[in-house]
Design a protein around this ligand. Structure first.
Ligand code: HEC
Ligand code: HEC
Length: 244
């Protein structure tokens, strides 16, 4: 028992002291608390107020005038930094979600402590809204959860490099339960412009990959981060083959 405990502490110590700790591809090697934090961080990046069940008032003070969004959504990390983590260099380089703010890629594989410092600055305005644990979770995601999506999703065609038939094995045994075999069980848009799994995965593959990996904030949707990245990309490829 003591040996197990010692080994666990040693592993955590190695994780904490070695830098870069892990590449995004082998996050599954993270164990215990740090893994829990990492997964929470992924959900919080999507929508931390929803994940924490808190409400935020008005538009984020750092949301630029040039942007077209307003209200609570402007507090979501993804709104300023993008689903592809590339901000103004990625999908949000133009269009309704443009802000001119850079992404979070510079901080991949950086010490989470340096990320916490950024999140606690005046720009982010989160000091009185999040706990130390929340900051650590977000920092874990920024440091070790994010990936360079352009390696896996073609920027022009938006297609995943994954293998749809292998993805089907996973989708048809998990996702099917809520979304149906054709992805159309739930309409996630509205009557005039319905959004099904096939619609979402083709229109915004970066968002779909993010939620395949981390789950969907404040809904029962599960995370597939226990699988390898290859399998997550396979699921995305399968979703892209579903009817819109
Ligand atoms: C309202 C807009 C906004 C929101 C929401 C926001 N940020 Fe930022 N963030 C910024 C701005 C502005 C900067 C400074 C970068 C710049 O000048 O382009 C920044 C910088 C960063 C950086 C450093 C990037 C670099 O290369 O210097 C990280 C990491 C970061 N934010 C993470 C987050 C996380 C995690 C969240 C969610 C809790 C978040 N941000 C929410 C506006 C925002
Ligand atoms: C336990 C139920 C459940 C499971 C299992 C589930 N989902 Fe979901 N999913 C949801 C719910 C609920 C939503 C949010 C619906 C909404 O926003 O109206 C959602 C949203 C989505 C979206 C749309 C995101 C957006 O806002 O555009 C996609 C794409 C998606 N899921 C894909 C998947 C895939 C792929 C799997 C399997 C890895 C999966 N889901 C498993 C319940 C589930």
């Amino acid at each position: 028992m003591r040996l197990i405990k010692f080994t666990f502490i040693l592993c955590v110590a190695i994780l904490v002291t070695s830098s870069p700790l892990v590449s995004a591809q082998d996050i599954e090697k993270l164990s215990g608390m740090r893994f829990v934090q990492l997964v929470r961080g992924g959900l919080m990046y999507d929508n931390w107020p929803a994940d924490l069940g808190v409400s935020v008032e008005g538009t984020h003070p750092a949301y630029p005038d040039i942007g077209q969004q307003k209200g609570p959504d402007t507090w979501r990390c993804k709104e300023c930094h993008g689903w592809d983590y590339k901000g103004k260099a990625g999908a949000y380089s133009k269009g309704r979600h443009f802000t001119g703010i850079r992404g979070i890629r510079n901080y991949a594989n950086h010490d989470p402590k340096s990320v916490v410092k950024i999140l606690m600055n005046d720009t982010h305005n989160l000091k009185d809204k999040l706990t130390d644990n929340d900051f650590d979770a977000l920092a874990m995601f920024v440091s070790y959860g994010q990936i360079d999506v352009d390696i896996y999703i073609d920027r022009k065609t938006k297609k995943s490099i994954g293998d749809a038939s292998n993805g089907g094995r996973i989708y048809l045994s998990t996702c099917i339960k809520c979304h149906g075999a054709d992805g159309k069980e739930m309409n996630m848009g509205d009557d005039s412009s319905p959004v099904y799994v096939g619609t979402a995965a083709n229109d915004n593959p970066w968002e779909t990959l993010h939620i395949i990996r981390w789950g969907h904030a404040n809904t029962p949707m599960i995370s597939l981060v226990f699988l390898g990245l290859k399998e997550q990309l396979d699921v995305l490829a399968f979703c892209q083959a579903l009817p819109r």
